[in-house]
Design a protein around this ligand. Structure first.
Ligand code: ADP
Length: 268
């Protein structure tokens, strides 16, 4: 029946995937998609075969971050073909699977009931023809809702780890560590926290300052027993890299943003 067929399909896709990294955040707008794209591209820059699955149903940005705005894909015999992001020096293209490729218009809002969201999570992994991958980076929807549970259930028994994106301000609030508790309760290994928008460097005087207070940060992380694996600055180059469709870790691999991402990529 349909359920069995779907399960088999998902298992056959997962059998070819090494490590799965779920990039999570407790709320939207903290840079979860930016972290997903740059970590994925950074792993690809090291020669790994990498896929990015855009599970952020309400804000599917990966098509934009990898330069595929407005592009559409069609189902073929082997499934939905992910888009291949190529860049000078990348041995393997980054394979991007996004709902953005299947929407009628780029600005169509997604108003799905949970049952469809559940289906979508299955489609994202099962329907895309990912092929053999060393890493599949999943850009999760914000929060610890249904989608996360569906996906965690589906991936059980596979090599899965979570990477949490947050701003220093958010992580300082214990509430923002709900995702950490989710991982701990589920026994999902947590790679660590990427602090995004952690400081700005002045383009004029090169002085560095913090926008968000970091006072409670270390304490909150320590009491939750999580490591901070990277501090990513608030940077115009980083956002314009996303807007122009090529992650900065590949376009400027020696720049301060790429260097800031390096420890997070190494931790994967
Ligand atoms: P989320 O996935 O958490 O909703 P995004 O990654 O989409 O967040 O980031 C939200 C917006 O902020 C995007 O336009 C992105 O380009 C921008 N942004 C994220 N992180 C940074 C940063 N460190 N410096 C500059 N702009 C950033």
């Amino acid at each position: 029946d349909k359920g069995q067929h779907e399960k088999k399909l998902i298992e056959s896709r997962l059998a070819e995937i090494g490590q799965i990294i779920m990039v999570m955040a407790n709320k939207g707008g903290v840079g979860k998609s930016t972290v997903s794209a740059n970590v994925a591209a950074g792993l690809a820059a090291q020669g790994y075969r990498v896929g990015v699955a855009d599970a952020d149903i309400h804000g599917p940005n990966q098509s934009r971050f990898f330069g595929f705005v407005g592009e559409r894909i069609r189902l073929s015999k082997k499934g939905l073909p992910p888009k291949a992001f190529e860049y000078d020096g990348l041995e393997h293209p980054v394979k991007v699977g996004s709902l953005g490729f299947m929407m009628e218009h780029d600005d169509t809002p997604i108003v799905w009931r949970d049952a469809y969201k559940h289906d979508f999570m299955h489609h994202l992994i099962g329907s895309f023809d990912w092929g053999p991958l060393d890493f599949l980076v999943i850009d999760m929807p914000p929060g610890t809702g249904n989608e996360l549970i569906t996906l965690a259930d589906m991936l059980e028994g596979h090599d899965v780890a979570a990477l949490l994106a947050t701003t220093p301000q958010e992580v300082a609030l214990m509430d923002s560590l709900k995702a950490v508790r989710f991982c701990q309760e589920r026994g999902l290994p947590l790679i660590g926290v990427v602090e995004n928008m952690a400081g700005v460097t002045c383009p004029h005087c090169s002085g560095h300052f913090h926008v968000f207070p970091r006072n409670h940060l270390a304490k909150a992380l320590e009491s939750a027993d999580v490591n901070s694996v990277a501090q990513i600055p608030l940077s115009p180059a980083l956002s314009s890299g996303s807007d122009t469709g090529a992650p900065i870790v590949v376009t400027d691999p020696e720049g301060p943003e790429a260097l800031a991402f390096a420890p997070a990529i190494a931790a994967c």
